[in-house]
Design a protein around this ligand. Structure first.
Ligand SMILES: *Cc1c(COP(=O)(O)O)cnc(C)c1O
Length: 429
């Protein structure tokens, strides 16, 4: 795109990374549904494998449709480069494994998406990578947990399921004082509401499954790097020394401000294999085209629902960072000023039993375990995702027995309020 003009976010959502298809002039980015690519010659093949020529070899490593999704996400996050993978969990796993060796240490927020919590607390532990989980709200708690072998600080912009807003700048300072990158899961806000790189983060990951895709059709993930982290500070020999995992390449020296992404692609994705399908890249690109208008409506509907529930006689409490009086309101005004995304939680009078009856009584709201769909979604964690825990364990995980989580969709606001109200009344029977 033009070099002498800075395009707005909405324009980037529609155009970044894409030109009309050079082969066919197709306006829409085609689905390059191919596993592999024909080499011009033996020399061409060799130079591709040696990374002397950029080009496609095999869709597990790169694909033209997926490349547009990667470039678009890098542009939207105001980052240097992106790497698409098959899910949000593949994104956090690959993003972290790119930097971690046996014996290394992670400092992370205690309030994390359940899968990420398991990754840090179970899977990595088995391979000698330890994590210390700290009070997400207190930058001093992250600082106190740093060790000489800490290689990354990890947190979510808006935590799932607690819906807490991170002081990104405060935690970025802690990470940089320790010479390590801050990695942020930016799934809930999307780059339309918050760009963590603007606040000092170094690597961003997404579950593209949620608002980016936006229609509940596609599992996908993406990693974006800012291009600003100084990998030659002595703590990351895997970035500066010849790679035993790929042809002796020195990733930082060879690729500079996109060396981390290249290392993630060639040492991790190439071998672990969790590539995004070209069809899913196409669906995610379709979703991103309308991201700004959808996010504005998700935010407006969520705020209106939160305000309605605050005044509802059958509702004990409401948590939405966009609501004046919420404990995270001030942080939300700073980090997500356009809106606090589409997810809120509330407590229903009558506790766990009423929560379960409420869920059974909704008419068109969907009872399922996802967020960020165009349709309104609802779940009662205590009787579903956190069912196997004791009440004390649920409370420690931020899941009160009476808590209902809503991902507010794009339906007519009055219809959402109508369904909530009738189900709240049914819940008391
Ligand atoms: C859903 C989610 C993930 C995991 O993403 P998948 O695409 O389901 O693998 C990670 N982080 C957050 C905040 C999520 O909501």
């Amino acid at each position: 795109m033009a070099k002498d003009h800075e395009f707005g976010f909405e324009t980037l959502c529609l155009h970044a990374g894409a030109l009309p298809d050079p082969a066919t002039a197709s306006r829409v980015t085609p689905i390059y549904q191919t596993s592999s690519y024909v080499f011009d010659s033996a020399d061409h093949a060799a130079s591709l494998f040696n990374l002397q020529t950029f080009g496609n070899i095999y869709t597990r490593i790169s694909n033209p449709t997926t490349a547009v999704f990667e470039e678009r996400m890098a542009a939207l996050e105001n980052g240097r480069a992106g790497l698409a993978v098959s899910s949000g969990m593949a994104a956090s796993t690959i993003a972290l494994l790119t930097l971690l060796e046996q014996g290394d240490h992670i400092v992370a927020a205690r309030t994390l998406y359940g899968g990420t919590h398991s990754l840090l607390d179970f899977n990595f532990k088995r391979f000698g990578i330890e994590a210390t989980l700290v009070d997400a709200d207190d930058p001093a708690a992250y600082a106190a947990a740093i060790r000489p072998n800490t290689k990354v600080v990890y947190a979510e912009t808006i935590g799932n399921p607690v819906i807490n807003v991170l002081d990104i700048a405060g935690v970025a300072d802690v990470a940089h004082d320790a010479g390590v990158p801050l990695m942020i899961d930016n799934t809930f806000p999307t780059p339309y509401l918050c760009r963590p790189f603007d606040w000092g983060a170094d690597i961003v990951i997404h579950s593209a499954t949620k608002f980016l895709g936006g229609h509940g059709t596609t599992i996908g993930g993406v990693i974006v790097e800012s291009g600003k982290f100084p990998w030659d500070n002595g703590k990351f020999p895997g970035m500066t020394e010849p790679s035993a995992g790929y042809h002796g390449v020195r990733f930082y020296e060879t690729f500079g401000d996109f060396g981390y992404s290249m290392r993630a692609r060639l040492e991790q994705l190439r071998v672990l294999g969790s590539a995004l399908s070209p069809f899913n890249s196409f669906l995610l690109l379709q979703g991103i085209e309308t991201l700004p208008v959808r996010m504005d409506r998700h935010c407006a509907n969520a705020l209106a629902v939160a305000q309605y529930l605050v005044d509802h006689p059958l509702v004990e409490w409401v948590r939405y960072p966009g609501l004046a009086g919420d404990p995270y309101y001030a942080l939300a005004q700073k980090y997500v000023p356009k809106g606090a995304s589409g997810i809120l939680s509330f407590g229903i009078r009558g506790g766990q039993a009423a929560g379960a009856r409420f869920i059974e009584s909704v008419q068109f709201l969907s009872h399922l375990a996802n967020v960020g769909d165009a349709k309104t979604l609802v779940i009662h964690p205590a009787s579903t995702t956190h069912r196997q825990m004791s009440e004390e364990q649920q409370i420690a995980a931020g899941v009160a027995p009476d808590m209902v989580r809503l991902s507010v969709g794009l339906e007519t606001l009055d219809d959402i309020l109508w369904d909530l109200d009738q189900a709240l009344h049914q819940s008391q029977r």
